[in-house]
Design a protein around this ligand. Structure first.
Ligand SMILES: [Zn+2]
Length: 171
């Protein structure tokens, strides 16, 4: 598969499209090659080999031969329809907001996000920060845990020495 990427909320739409493409006849060499956002919706492009399969659009549906172009249009349309109701940021139910260059599909929480790439970058750097913090907390817990063990050992030692069950009651 080519290097194509979509925002987090649309990953599963792309994955589904890729999955559907993988079930097409192998001789079509069908490959989703491009994903972009057009008028707020996901637009997929694909390459394929149609060879000499006629595009028999004049025939009734039941006599039509499977054609990679039609598969492409179907996959593209499915992805587009799904993307129109899926928040590009989080994958929750969304709707089309904004117009023109700012047209985008968002849930209520992410309506303010105009540039999803920028938003993801910010979120990723925040996540790194949190991970670092969590790491620090974990170290602290380990050190503190050792301290607790040491205290417990000390307490046990004192108890054994004095025969006094509670060393604090001596004072
Ligand atoms: Zn959202």
């Amino acid at each position: 598969m080519s290097e194509i990427s979509v925002a987090s909320g649309w990953q599963h739409i792309l994955a589904e499209a890729v999955e559907e493409a993988s079930r097409l006849p192998p001789e079509w060499c069908f490959e989703i090659t491009h994903a972009e956002t057009v008028d707020g919706a996901l637009r997929l492009s694909a390459t394929y080999v149609s060879g000499d399969i006629p595009l028999d659009d004049h025939l009734p549906p039941e006599r039509k031969m499977p054609h990679p172009w039609r598969s492409m249009m179907r996959i593209r349309e499915n992805a587009k329809q799904q993307s129109l109701v899926t928040c590009e940021c989080c994958g929750r139910e969304g709707r089309l907001v904004g117009v023109g260059d700012e047209a985008r599909v968002r849930c209520g929480r992410h309506e303010y996000v105009v540039d999803v790439a920028e938003w993801e970058e910010k979120r990723a750097s925040m996540r790194t920060m949190f991970e670092t913090e969590e790491g620090a907390v974990e170290h602290f817990r380990q050190d503190y845990g050792k301290g607790v063990d040491m205290m417990r050992d000390l307490q046990t030692a004192v108890e054994q020495d004095s025969g006094e069950p509670d060393p604090t009651s001596k004072h």
